[in-house]
Design a protein around this ligand. Structure first.
Ligand SMILES: [Zn+2]
Ligand SMILES: [Zn+2]
Length: 530
């Protein structure tokens, strides 16, 4: 009888299988062999969970009556037992399929433990069978991230392309997350970006971070560009606000120095005093102070989307800040493609792109450009909206990114994606999982990195480019349409309440409109709602 056989098999297995601790050690050994010796200290500690498993399994192996006995006469007597089973999974790596340089490989995943819970009624019939996959150990996770990446890093590519990856669990985790997506550069938050109070950098995290940088050949001097907190506004002239922002900023720079990181990117902030030159001077003085209290980190001013009182939305703003910074060797610029585009700089045609680059050179100087954020934009040029889109799906389009990756002056700079990773189907509709939650896929970054790397030297008249351009543009169409409709609604509203709208406009909008007028694009839309 099949059910008898199952029971026998189960008890046999529980006697023959090594105890769970050995199983876990086996997993560690596998990961250790493929992993990295210097991370030895970081090997997973045996948690209490292991013990619990042993006792649970111990109890399960001897058949026992379940609570069903006492839960009421209506219920049939049920026998509950747990069976421990090992599951070997063959994982097929879904490496960027469009990628020509990377050959997807089949690799064997480390053994994963599952627990099978079988409920049998008094006739011995199986009434319920549940298979629970146990949470992966740290070593298993590390193995999966680095030994089974979504895409293999392109070694020796002249562009250093990566993404802003998660540092959940500690800064050292960012390196594994970066390897996982095949990135040659990356950004991270050094602490929670939405909290003022954060625990200090842990010594063990620092040690592992440094050893992983070596193992995975990331040069912290050039491949890693942390992103500052969104809360920090160094341009705020209020005394208390200044102290809070400055302390958080300085703390980040000190973390960079400990981690050996040379570049640090942050938002210049907003003018809260109604006096732009004063706010810029205040910002620059804070930068100078922070430079004096640290030794070598280069602080990068991010180019911002225009609108209201935001500082850094024009090259002129950046020039004015840099002019007031004493240590010119410790100030730079991080250009965000989506931000400059919605602030009015066109990057779409080769001619427009060159014009924008000339302007950057003339106003700021290319020598200050130290990093880029590569994002397409869901909002059109000059819209003053900060809405990142996946590469090729937004209003910038694939042609703009062809211009970007073929710009020789960007070679060797860290180029960081901040694109969304929600999964969309070919028609741009969000895909949801079984629970109705939006699906996320880090493979999107892995594929975008390869896409951008492959765009270098690609003929824009070729079928390959035109097909890619068309496919990606179609994917982004629903979102672009949605935003366009929103813009139209704002325009209509503005037409009826033009006086009120004019009042709400920032001082930057004059400059933005000048730029847009000269590029023949649409008018400023700073009042646009999210
Ligand atoms: Zn940013
Ligand atoms: Zn942005």
């Amino acid at each position: 009888m099949p059910r008898r056989k199952t029971v026998e098999e189960a008890s046999e297995e529980s006697e023959l299988s090594p105890p769970p601790v050995d199983l876990l050690d086996g997993v560690q050994a596998v990961a250790g062999a493929n992993g990295h010796a210097e991370d030895g200290d970081h090997r997973p500690k045996k948690k209490r969970r292991t013990k619990e498993t042993i006792s649970a399994v111990g109890a399960g192996t001897s058949l026992r009556h379940s609570e069903a006995v006492s839960s009421g006469p209506a219920k049939k007597l049920a026998i509950k037992r747990k069976v421990k089973a090992e599951v070997k999974e063959e994982v097929e790596i879904d490496a960027a399929t469009e990628d020509r340089k990377v050959t997807p490989k089949k690799r064997r995943a480390p053994k994963r433990q599952t627990e099978e819970e079988v409920q049998v009624d008094d006739d011995g019939e199986v009434v319920e069978k549940k298979v629970k996959v146990k949470r992966k150990s740290k070593a298993e996770k590390e193995h999966e991230l680095t030994e089974m990446p979504l895409a293999t890093r392109t070694v020796g590519h002249k562009l250093l392309i990566g993404a802003h990856v998660s540092a959940a669990g500690g800064v050292h985790q960012s390196i594994l997350n970066s390897v996982h997506i095949g990135a040659n550069a990356f950004a991270l938050f050094l602490k929670s970006q939405r909290k003022w109070d954060n625990p200090p950098l842990q010594d063990d995290h620092l040690t592992i971070f440094l050893s992983r940088c070596k193992t995975h050949t990331y040069d912290p001097n050039n491949h890693i560009v942390p992103h500052g907190s969104y809360l920090v506004n160094l341009a705020h002239t209020d005394k208390d606000r200044t102290k809070q922002a400055y302390d958080a900023f300085l703390d980040d720079l000190r973390r960079c120095e400990k981690l050996g990181i040379a570049l640090y990117n942050f938002h210049p902030g907003t003018d809260q005093c109604g006096d732009r030159p004063k706010a810029i001077a205040h910002l620059a003085s804070n930068i100078n102070r922070a430079h004096a209290e640290t030794s070598n980190v280069v602080t990068l001013l991010e180019t911002m989307t225009a609108g209201g009182n935001t500082i850094g939305c024009s090259f002129e703003d950046l020039r004015d800040i840099i002019a007031l910074v004493s240590r010119k060797d410790r100030v730079g610029v991080c250009l965000d493609t989506a931000h400059v585009f919605t602030a009015g700089y066109d990057l779409r045609s080769p001619a427009a792109f060159q014009q924008a680059m000339e302007s950057l050179e003339d106003v700021v100087g290319f020598k200050y450009l130290r990093a880029l954020h590569l994002n397409d934009s869901k909002a059109p040029i000059g819209s003053n909206k900060d809405l990142h889109a996946n590469i090729g799906t937004g209003f910038l389009g694939l042609r703009a990114f062809h211009n970007v990756v073929n710009e020789p002056r960007f070679a060797g700079l860290p180029l960081v994606l901040e694109t969304p990773i929600e999964v969309r189907d070919d028609n741009g509709v969000l895909v949801k999982d079984e629970k109705g939650k939006e699906k996320e896929d880090k493979g999107i970054w892995a594929r975008e990195i390869k896409l951008l790397e492959n765009l270098v030297g690609m003929d824009v008249q070729s079928k390959e480019f035109l097909d890619l351009e068309r496919t990606l543009a179609r994917k982004g169409e629903p979102e672009r349409k949605r935003l366009e409709e929103q813009i139209e609604r704002v325009r209509e509203k503005a037409a009826t309440k033009s006086k009120t709208v004019r009042k709400g406009k920032g001082k930057n909008d004059v400059k933005v409109q000048d730029r847009i007028a000269s590029s023949g694009a649409e008018s400023s839309l700073s009042e646009l709602d999210e």
